[in-house]
Design a protein around this ligand. Sequence first.
Ligand SMILES: *Cc1c(COP(=O)(O)O)cnc(C)c1O
Length: 392
Amino acid sequence: MKCAGSIDARMRDEVSINLDPIQVGGRLTPEAMKAMISWGDGYSVCDNCKKPFRLDYIENPPLKDFHAELAEWLGMAQARTVPGARRAFQQVAGTYVEKGDPVLIGSLAHYTSYLSVEIQKGIVREIPKTSDNHITAEAAAQRIEDVITEFKCPPKLLYIDHVDYQFGNMHDVKGIIKAAHQYDVPVLYNGVYTVGIMPVNNKDIGADFIVGSGHKSMAAPAPSGVLAATEERAEEVFRTTKMEGDLTGRKFGIKEVGIIGCSLMGAPIVGMLASFPAVKERVNHFEEELANSKIIVDALKSIDGTKILSEYPRKHTLTRVDTSGSFDVVAQTHKKRGFFLSSALSKKGITGIIAGATKVWKFNTYGMTKKQAEYVADTYLEIAETNGLTIN
Ligand SMILES: *Cc1c(COP(=O)(O)O)cnc(C)c1O
């Protein structure tokens, strides 16, 4: 089936169980799909844009209320939508970082964190991970001291992932923020794997900024995301324009500089809005998601030679596993080589794992039913048994 010309109609989650770490939290709700069709035209949300002509003041569709609710939901003073978490990093770095300024980043961070500092010509210093792959408050404090020694000033910002994308491990954000605040370092809480997945409230966290990704974890179309800030930081990061044309004397009202006026329009923002009630509800059921995840993690763990590289017991549905001592041993002599695993999974309707990967790989069980989790677990065990591996 084609959408148009040579563009296929995409069939993935309709026909299979998807384990793709970056896709499962972003899958649209039916409400978002309908909103996309209805509001997909470029500047559709501008139909009812009135003075002061800003996206977060539009009342129909209810974007004004949405912004207020987003902020309240995250326990922050203010929130704005952004085209992806990376644009939130850029907006924050753009506010605080100048050429040569140091920024401290957890060493498990995503490349976009680094690049958001690079675009400002800032300098990244990393917080090392422990041998069990955690970023600790102690390590953060030590690295702040190191930065002070090297740069004669504390870092301009500190970025920390609550749950990192490499292991899906949960880090002591509260402790790290406390340490950073002792040096007056503002902290960006990266919630791309938590906001929209589990309850996140700054009343319990104490960050200066909370960043979420709409298309990764809020059942929203790409590109979308959220940047929320405390009252004090909101004044800085959401500052309004002071620019004036030298010939014309033109001024631009209360347009915000960091996002160049208005951010999300059309399908991304109305899709995000349409999914929001479901997203607010689903974060209250994360325990069920973890229980489903455990069914699959424990099945993999029982295959002789398999190691769970993420912290265990699991606190998140994204897990990194090492099957060098199990599935990769099979791959050495299998006629399909490393592709035997993805091929066997595919035959059973399971998708989302990098084809050919049999050593170290990641999967995310978010959004499954218990029945689907049991089916995936049984499938892995069956593939292991068929290929002569021992189940403990
Ligand atoms: C995916 C990811 C990002 C980027 O998110 P976008 O919304 O696509 O910009 C940033 N940080 C981490 C840890 C991620 O996993």
